[in-house]
Design a protein around this ligand. Structure first.
Ligand code: PAP
Length: 319
């Protein structure tokens, strides 16, 4: 995809596709967005300027963002005397998201909430595809961590998540339609496959800048990947005390511990105006959860697309 910042798609009227009964998605440089995310993503593309000291956590929705927010915060703010940060703060608030928290307009007015303070060591999250954000991301030496997850588990997680949203109360997203739309790429921030491949290609050509990690490998051996993240971010876990710290972070950020913190169990809605309560970011946190709700035909359909998009391009993942 060509450079995006300068061309006129930022201002032209986007192509629209029906998504759910009342909802539409809007196309922007080959990716699909809800109306609200289209507006904030465009604003991010137009104005976001990362700092060389920034860590950008990029992900397709429901692939492990909350987990990585907790991990990245803990890895970079290591303090042997303070375990309370994750007890008192929701990971989504510890690490703000560009499109959800920082580049939104406040409900009560026109003020932009974007964080233009030149703070060192920021961790910022985004669901924006690399193809769209590449000019900003390549404008300095910031580090990028990208997390991905098996497509079937990602879809199932997204489907459950949106069932809980107020916006979907009268407008349920049928599972069969969800599978078709996921396969066709018409889901928020989709196509999933292009999203993953965009960051993966970047991680292969610039491994010092982009670290690509999968939800499944993190689940299988979290300590190894926590140490890999520390190394990549320039704060390695050294010696015996480093091993202990890494182990402690793995435990504090595990699904079992994190999902049982009061703040993360809360049914309150975040101040940011997000339409779902705090507890909606924690559901089952398992690998292979799609077996609990996708039928064989649905699995075959998604696997077919995965073979075509991932395996054919040399990425043997997702089946
Ligand atoms: P987001 O894109 O809305 O931020 P994200 O955090 O990427 O969501 O994904 C949520 C998924 O991560 C949920 O998966 P599930 O629906 O299959 O259960 C959630 O349970 C899972 N999750 C959240 N925290 C953790 C964690 N600490 N370890 C493992 N999985 C987690």
């Amino acid at each position: 995809m060509e450079s995006t910042n300068s061309d006129n798609q930022l201002n032209s009227s986007p192509e629209k596709q029906k998504w759910c009964i009342h909802q539409s998605l809007y196309e922007f440089h080959g990716f699909w967005f809800t109306k609200a995310y289209l507006e904030t993503t465009k604003r991010v593309v137009e104005t976001f300027k990362p700092l060389p000291t920034d860590v950008i956590l990029a992900s397709f929705p429901k692939t492990g963002t909350t987990w990585l927010k907790a991990l990245l915060y803990s890895i970079t703010h290591r303090s042997p005397h303070d375990d309370t940060v994750l007890t008192l703060n929701h990971p989504q608030e510890l690490v703000p998201s560009l499109e959800t928290n920082l580049y939104v307009r406040k409900r009560d007015g026109e003020t932009l909430l974007h964080d233009d303070v030149a703070k060192k060591g920021r961790i910022l999250a985004t669901h924006a595809p690399h193809q769209i954000l590449q000019d900003a991301l390549n404008s300095c030496d910031c580090k990028i961590v990208y997390v991905t997850r098996n497509p079937k588990d990602t879809l199932v997680s997204l489907w459950h998540f949106l069932q809980k949203s107020k916006e979907f109360e009268d407008d349920p997203w049928e599972l069969e339609a969800a599978v078709d739309q996921f396969c066709n790429g018409i889901v928020p921030f989709g196509p999933y496959y292009d999203h993953v491949l965009g960051y993966r290609e970047e991680s292969l050509s610039k491994p010092h800048k982009v670290l690509f990690v999968t939800y499944e490998e993190l689940k299988e051996n979290p300590r190894v990947h926590v140490k890999r993240l520390g190394e990549f971010l320039g704060c390695p876990f050294l010696g015996e005390s480093g091993e202990e710290q890494a182990e402690k972070i793995v435990k504090l950020c595990s699904f079992e511990v994190l999902s049982n913190q009061e703040i993360n169990k809360s049914t309150e809605f975040p101040d940011s105006g997000f339409p779902l309560p705090y507890n909606s970011f924690f559901r089952r946190g398992e690998v292979g959860d799609h077996f609990s709700c996708l039928g064989d035909d649905m699995i075959q359909k998604i696997d077919g697309v995965t073979t075509l998009k991932f395996h054919a391009s040399g990425f043997h993942y997702g089946i």
